[in-house]
Design a protein around this ligand. Structure first.
Ligand code: HEM
Length: 231
């Protein structure tokens, strides 16, 4: 096998890794958003959300394995994307002076041109987010009809406290705008990378991709805005 073929295979492999980890992270976001809907239900407020979080953590070692799996998908996704970008940039002898957005059928957009930048900012957001909630202040609470009346973590209190801070809400707003652009381009282009395309398939996935990205980001964004507005 000559070196050109090896380079081609490794660049295809990188695209496949980015696509599979990206689609898996997309799925995680859908599940995470659905779980977060419990923030709006429950009597007293927060009961459903706290019980849901407790239920997940009650899986113990399995939950930890899932967390490690999720973390490795994030690392693989961003690491491969950054490496790929680095290789492509250094391979280009002369960078184009003008990076105009192509018209017609081209899928070159603002979102596609800024995938690495939006990805890095979203990663910074996730680190901030996980430190804030997963490793944030530990409050506990008791529900007499749950967990035999033993205390469980009161994540609802932490979430409502954090989202009562305007700077946190602004930080989330900026991050969710970037997330919608990143998902909008990432979703349809993952199928391309996996070799799943065709004239009408690509047209349809391209159109629903930005719609899905927007629905997910707006879905997440409603939470801090709503909580801020009622406090
Ligand atoms: C604004 C809406 C959101 C709320 C209220 C929220 C809430 C939470 C909470 C409470 C946790 C800790 C769960 C636990 O300790 O059991 C968590 C974990 C996490 N969230 Fe979010 N989240 C939101 C949006 C997002 C977004 C947009 C992303 C990604 C782009 C994200 C990614 C994560 C990750 C990776 C974890 C760690 C999962 C784990 O280790 O169990 N979240 N979130």
């Amino acid at each position: 096998m000559n070196s050109l073929n090896i380079v081609k295979i490794s660049s295809v492999l990188k695209k496949i890794i980015i696509a599979i980890t990206g689609l898996s992270l997309f799925l995680f976001l859908v599940v995470h958003l659905l779980g977060n809907i419990t923030l709006f239900t429950g009597n007293p407020p927060g009961k459903d959300f706290n019980e849901y979080a407790h239920f997940l953590e009650s899986f113990g070692v399995l939950f930890t394995i899932a967390e490690i799996g999720l973390l490795s998908f994030f690392v693989l996704h961003l690491g491969t994307a950054l490496y790929s970008n680095f290789i492509n940039t250094s391979a280009r002898e002369n960078r184009y002076e003008v990076s105009a957005f192509a018209g017609g059928n081209s899928k070159k957009t603002y979102a596609s041109q800024t995938m690495v930048l939006s990805g890095v900012i979203i990663l910074a957001f996730i680190v901030w987010h996980v430190l804030m909630f997963r490793f944030g202040t530990y409050y506990d609470t008791i529900y007499l009809d749950f967990n035999n009346g033993e205390p469980i973590r009161d994540l609802y209190r932490l979430v409502t406290e954090e989202f009562s801070n305007i700077w946190v809400v602004l930080g989330y707003t900026i991050s969710m705008i970037l997330l919608s652009l990143h998902l909008g381009h990432g979703f349809w282009s993952s199928f391309q990378s996996l070799g799943i395309y065709g004239k009408s398939f690509t047209r349809i996935t391209y159109s629903i991709s930005y719609l899905l990205g927007t629905i997910i980001s707006v879905g997440f964004l409603i939470i801090p805005i709503y909580i801020y507005s009622i406090n």
